[in-house]
Design a protein around this ligand. Structure first.
Ligand SMILES: C[S@@+](CC[C@H](N)C(=O)[O-])C[C@H]1O[C@@H](n2cnc3c(N)ncnc32)[C@H](O)[C@@H]1O
Length: 507
């Protein structure tokens, strides 16, 4: 152990070495006395000296650890965790952060008409979106926007409430699903006949499997043959709304026909009973659900809003008339969250949205940064003044950099740049939403925080701070759910709902 300063003192050096060996767990004064054979008064004296040199810090009850460990340990006084940031945020914005348990996850959607057409673990609950729309009066005639629309929970719900839904997403499978889930004009009987035709033709298909190297591991050979047959039959349907829905059904059975599951990341699992009939059986069942939902929807056809407008691009590039949106609701990717491209590559490849690994990498480079973005993308990123000048971004990125350096073996040495880029990717979208909203309208954002290389990153609160730079007022911040950190067991993260408001009069 290298002591930063002070005259040579063998007893103190022995203590420092023992504390170093205890690592992250830390060690008590009593244990130190036992392991170093030093009398307790000499231990106390040495500890005092090491504290004065800032070489060690107390963490937890009576435990001592090297400062480089303790500053990133939640039990250490040097660690800035959720409570510190929430307290500062409450003071800065003169509001109380309330705990309001709310069901915001996708799970209940799996039983709901339309939303059940394509389970999207990262989506939020249609019930929550409906509640927000009702709360802010976004009914017939209103325009509701989701700038990260994923599977289209917001635009679909808006349409059901009579409003006009607008969505944007950069991931082609998400934009496709959002578009298909808003396609309700199809006659259920005609749809049923197409489903029968698709299921009738069996035998070997002429089309090739997707480019993914792991296809043979993902699917049993017989299942793969059936999927290719089904794909050829579906793609043979004339272009139009029926084909869109048949393709959606096809996309929805891919993971269930494979040895994969999403929990929430895509991974291998053991499944019994997969055979050549599985894809046909799953397709029939899912298509039946779509047909039933179309019938149900068409009973109150007069109440729908217009078909949603879905953009396959960043919302920052979508040009809507200024002040034309009445409500925006979204859930952006969380800081250090999911690599959407990796998790949906099977869908992207099978649906022909992406045809090579190069295309997958290019797509990943355009999405909001996650910790899988190419190193060159992070290296070329220059933070914008808004992000660079935010003291919270500066402090968390500095700490990440320090921790990564001291750990020596973190999976990415450029993690601080990835985090800065993540915030920078959100800024132009936030500005575009601000411009599109009418004065007085709300922007409701479901978001979360994270623990990155031992640094607590309040992604949701930082998002709120950056949004105020775009002109928004912070109206409310509610914690709706606890999450567990994947990095440190027992460390509680949160999911939150932030309500922003565009002021009635500009600044
Ligand atoms: C949490 S999900 C949204 C889920 C959505 N609320 C739903 O209910 O399905 C975040 C979405 O952001 C998308 N995304 C990531 N980077 C993006 C970007 N730069 N522009 C637009 N969308 C992006 C992802 O593809 C993903 O679908």
């Amino acid at each position: 152990m290298h002591r930063p300063s002070g005259a040579a003192d063998p007893a103190t050096d022995r203590l420092a070495a023992a504390i170093g060996r205890a690592g992250l767990t830390g060690i008590t004064a009593k244990q130190l006395a036992a392991s170093t054979d030093l009398p307790s008064d000499q231990v106390e004296e040495g500890l005092e000296r090491l504290v004065a040199e800032r070489a060690i810090a107390r963490h937890g009850r009576g435990l001592w650890a090297l400062s480089r460990f303790s500053s990133d340990h939640p039990a250490s006084p040097a660690f800035r965790g959720p409570a510190w940031f929430v307290g500062e945020f409450e003071r800065e914005f003169a509001l109380r952060v309330a705990q309001v348990p709310t069901k915001i996850q996708f799970a209940p959607n799996e039983k709901l008409p339309v939303h059940r057409w394509w389970p999207y673990v990262q989506g939020f609950s249609a019930g929550f979106v409906e509640e927000v729309c009702r709360k802010y009066g976004a009914g017939p005639g209103a325009t509701v926007l989701d700038p990260f629309c994923g599977s289209g929970t917001v635009p679909t719900t808006a349409r059901r409430l009579g409003a006009r839904g607008i969505g944007a997403d950069l991931m082609p499978i998400a934009a496709f699903v959002a578009r298909a889930k808003g396609t309700w004009e199809v006659d259920p009987a005609a749809f049923g006949s197409h489903v029968d035709r698709v299921l009738r033709r069996r035998g070997v298909s002429r089309i090739a499997p997707p480019f993914l190297r792991e296809t043979a591991r993902q699917f049993d050979p017989a299942v793969l043959r059936s999927l290719l047959r089904l794909k050829e039959n579906v793609w043979a349907t004339p272009e139009g709304p029926v084909r869109l829905l048949l393709q959606l059904v096809f996309a929805s059975i891919l993971v269930d026909s494979s040895h994969l599951k999403r929990a929430p990341c895509l991974g291998y699992t053991t499944k019994a009973g997969l055979d050549a009939t599985t894809p046909f059986r799953l397709f029939r069942a899912r298509a039946r659900a779509v047909g039933q939902d179309l019938e149900l929807l068409q009973r109150d056809r007069g109440t729908w809003g217009p078909p949603p407008e879905i953009h396959l691009e960043s919302f920052a590039a979508v040009s809507l008339p200024e002040g034309s949106v009445d409500l925006a609701v979204t859930s952006p990717p969380y800081v250090n969250g999911m690599d959407y491209v990796m998790n949906y590559k099977i869908d992207l490849a099978w649906m022909d949205f992406v045809r090579s690994y190069d295309e997958l990498a290019r797509l990943r480079g355009t999405m909001v940064a996650c910790d899988n973005i190419p190193r060159s993308v992070a290296a070329h990123h220059r933070p914008s003044p808004a992000v660079r000048d935010d003291p919270w971004v500066a402090s968390v990125t500095r700490e990440i950099e320090r921790n990564v350096r001291s750990k020596g073996s973190y999976r990415r040495s450029d993690m601080a740049a990835v985090v800065a880029k993540y915030f920078d990717d959100l800024v132009p979208v936030t500005r575009a939403v601000f411009r599109a909203l009418r004065p007085g309208a709300r922007f409701v954002v479901v978001n979360g925080d994270s623990l990155i290389a031992g640094t607590y990153v309040p992604g949701d609160l930082i998002f709120a701070r950056l949004a105020t730079q775009a002109g928004f007022e912070v109206e409310a911040f509610e914690v709706v759910r606890d999450r567990r950190s994947g990095q440190r067991r027992g460390f509680r993260l949160r999911e939150s709902v932030l309500t922003l408001r565009k002021p009635l009069r500009a600044g």
